[in-house]
Ligand binder design. Structure first.
Ligand code: GTP
Ligand code: MG
Length: 200
């Protein structure tokens, strides 16, 4: 799919104030600093569209971007940022959870995982929460440029093996780098294939 336009629309703290629209939307979630905002910039080929930072805790709102006037990308705050403090973490958790549970336009959630690390409890628990709430999601292994090809494959295989202990069927898996644009076509084609599905 070709992206001909990508524009920031609005930021919200409350899912009930998000754009009134029937367009499908695709949101990005995962630990703080995993690369959600960078991935949005890479997919849209717009460097400063979503704000990024080398420090965790940059995105603190629900941010809507309209793509090709047909669908939305949504940048969410990350979870698990220790320095945010308990009250802030709790506030962000509620913001994220209510967006995911209440936003009927949410068509697919991309859950980002740092490909360098072994499975982390916080991500596994989040995956379990998504499963128990019936949220359609895919996994995105980020920062692939930071590992050798063989190490990357090993880590992803090991991650999938951990998930198979709990799940019979695994969600779609993407491997990305926002530095090299690895995974860009795969994710955009996946979104396009969902957008083209007849609605029931
Ligand atoms: P929060 O908004 O704080 O939740 O973080 P985020 O998940 O949006 O992460 P962000 O996109 O701001 O990226 C965090 C840091 O990781 C930045 O320094 C990025 O440049 C870096 N980064 C993100 N993706 C990649 C990648 O694919 N490769 C490399 N090498 N660095 C990346
Ligand atoms: Mg961000």
């Amino acid at each position: 799919m070709k992206i001909s336009s990508a524009d920031f629309v609005v930021s919200n703290t409350d899912v009930r104030q998000c754009p009134e629209s029937k367009l499908p939307e695709y949101a990005f979630i995962g630990r703080s600093n995993v690369g959600k905002s960078s991935l949005i910039n890479m997919l849209t080929n717009r460097k400063g569209l979503a704000m990024t930072s080398s420090k965790p805790g940059k995105t603190l709102l629900i941010n809507h971007f309209i793509i090709n006037a047909e669908w939305y990308l949504v940048d969410l705050p990350g979870y698990g940022f220790a320095q945010a403090g308990k009250a802030n973490r709790e506030r962000l958790r509620k913001m994220i959870e209510s967006y995911i549970l209440m936003r009927t336009q949410l068509t697919n959630l991309f859950l980002l995982i740092d490909s360098r690390h072994a499975p982390q409890k916080i991500d596994l628990e989040f995956i379990e929460w998504l499963g128990s709430n019936g949220i359609p999601f895919s996994l995105v292994f980020t920062k692939a440029d930071k590992l050798s090809g063989s190490r990357l494959n090993e880590n992803i295989q090991a991650y999938q093996a951990t998930l198979r202990e709990q799940w019979e069927k695994l969600p779609p898996v993407f491997v990305t780098s926002s530095s090299t644009a690895k995974g860009k076509d795969e994710i955009l084609d996946y979104i396009e294939s969902i957008n083209l599905q007849p609605k029931d």
